[in-house]
Design a protein around this ligand. Structure first.
Ligand code: PBG
Length: 322
């Protein structure tokens, strides 16, 4: 039976009825704000390709975190820009490393804020790859050692959750093992399980100063053309002990979020990445789109696709409207 018995427009007639039948509602509880911390003091350096986003020194980061808490932001994801880099990323494992310092300061000054830290080598290596390079290739098994050490070091500095983004095989198992050996049994791991080799990361690499100095990341990050493979990646990370899994980027991969969510029963995160943010900002600056509506539409669509957690640079501008 169809028209004229059925008229879809009946439930769209007024704002109230639209509110009553709405299937997806974005809330502050869904959002995580990424932050970049750099050395020095009183540094608040704008990132050209990401208007509104900065590299902050620890003192400025604390101010920014307080502002975010006042806006209703409850969780942040930290990335570090170290003072110097080395071959293997050992600099990321130091007790007084840049993210470790930030964690201690934030735990003290904004104790209610939930602190997630990225675990990866690309911001810390001279060559900008996510692991130890041997003969021009990222060596998987050697990289597991630095990733494990980095995770434990972040745990000691007070992190609430670690998020490995390197895409090495076996890293979730290794990180779980070394965390447990160091008595961090209750520290959750959010794995970037289905992370694609994406052109959408361009602006981030400016923000985190982490562009690879040779080649690309296609030998460890996923091929954007693949979807079945994403399910396998997710299944393996769950087996290895991931508490939450992430799909990244978000917008070109909403189908992956949906397939994953339908298949597995655990929380899913999606990363609305730097290039997605930059495109919105660029179009808004030209006056080509209604930015506020667009951002709400984008974030709602990511939630509708199945994401429980949305990591987005738009968090700060949208949180006080939710
Ligand atoms: C580190 C990492 C990247 C992003 C998050 N963690 C960059 C990359 O893989 O090159 C990208 C985030 C963004 O674009 O916002 N491996």
């Amino acid at each position: 039976m169809s028209f004229p018995i059925h008229r879809m427009r009946r439930l769209r007639k007024t704002e109230t009825i639209r509110n009553l039948v709405r299937e997806t509602t974005l809330t502050r509880n869904d959002l995580v704000m990424p932050l970049f911390v750099c050395p020095g003091s009183r540094v608040k350096k704008p990132i050209a390709s990401m208007p509104g986003i900065f590299q902050h020194s620890v003192d400025e980061l604390v101010k920014e975190a307080k502002r975010l808490v006042d806006l209703g932001v409850q969780a942040v994801l930290l990335f570090g820009i170290p003072e110097y880099k080395d071959e293997h990323g050992h600099v990321a494992c130091q007790e007084h490393g840049i993210v470790q310092k930030a964690l201690r300061a934030l735990k003290k000054e904004t104790p209610r804020l939930y602190l997630i830290a990225d675990v990866c080598n690309c911001e810390y290596t001279t060559h900008g790859h996510c692991g130890t390079v041997i003969d021009g290739e990222v060596d998987n098994d050697l990289t597991l050692a630095t990733l494990g050490a980095q995770a434990v070091s972040l745990a000691r500095a007070g992190v609430d959750m670690v998020a490995p983004s390197d895409m090495m095989d076996g890293r979730v198992a290794r990180i779980r093992q070394v965390l447990d050996e160091s008595h961090f049994e209750y520290l959750p791991i959010m794995s970037y399980a289905a992370k694609y080799a994406s052109a959408f990361y361009g602006p981030f690499r400016e923000a985190a100063e982490s562009a690879p100095q040779f080649g690309n990341r296609a030998s460890y990050q996923m091929d954007p053309a693949n979807s079945n493979e994403a399910l396998r990646e997710i299944a393996l990370d769950i087996e290895e002990g991931a508490d939450l899994v992430m799909v990244k980027p978000a917008l070109s991969y909403l189908d992956i979020i949906r397939r994953g969510k339908d298949e597995f029963n655990l929380p899913f995160a999606a990363y609305n990445v730097s290039g997605e943010y930059a495109m919105v900002k660029a179009a808004a600056q030209k006056g080509w789109i209604d930015e506020n509506r667009l951002v709400l539409e984008i974030l709602t669509s990511i939630k509708r696709a199945g994401a429980d957690i949305i990591i987005s640079y738009h968090t700060q501008e949208i949180c006080n409207q939710l």
